[in-house]
Unconditional design. Sequence first.
Length: 199
Amino acid sequence: MALCCRQLAAQGLIAGRDGNLSVRLGPERVLVTPSGLIKSLLEPGEMVEVDLSGKPQGRGPRKPTSELDLHLRILRHRPDVQAVVHAHPPAATGFAVAGEAIPDNLLPELILVVGPVPLVPFGMPGTPELGDRIVPYIEDRRHHALLLANHGAVTLGRTLDEAWIRMESLEHAARIIAAARAVGEPKPLTAAAVAKLQK
Ligand SMILES: [Zn+2]
């Protein structure tokens, strides 16, 4: 988790104290990043353990991430998910600020690695409103990545690596699509090609 935070910062997917991670440790136990610390400086021993209702387990001095509710809603609704990454990737978040989902018919890698990426309407960060907004989208098990309007992105995985790779791939795809639009008009894949990739 500490390495993932450093990489997210090194790649510009978060800035300063932005972003947070969670990893399921067992049926009722979750490890999350602490609140308020600079992510690129986090040490492994600074992660915070909570149960699925958010109650701190253990006696560390750190408080859990301010987006704890967002992580726990996902982990409670999706037993298939073992890890959640929340970041503010600039190009993907640009789509979310413009009120647009990431087009899912342009790049094979995006279809294969990430899947469809819907845009979740704005919910106030750090409040239950954000969790309320995302629940209808995560109930669809095809969704492993979400854009959060005027905020950022969330990716889910069966491992932390998978959720992390999805965040990187989502941002990479968003950059390519923005570059394609700067050059001209993006040419979509055929419906047959999209169907084959989804299969
Ligand atoms: Zn955020």
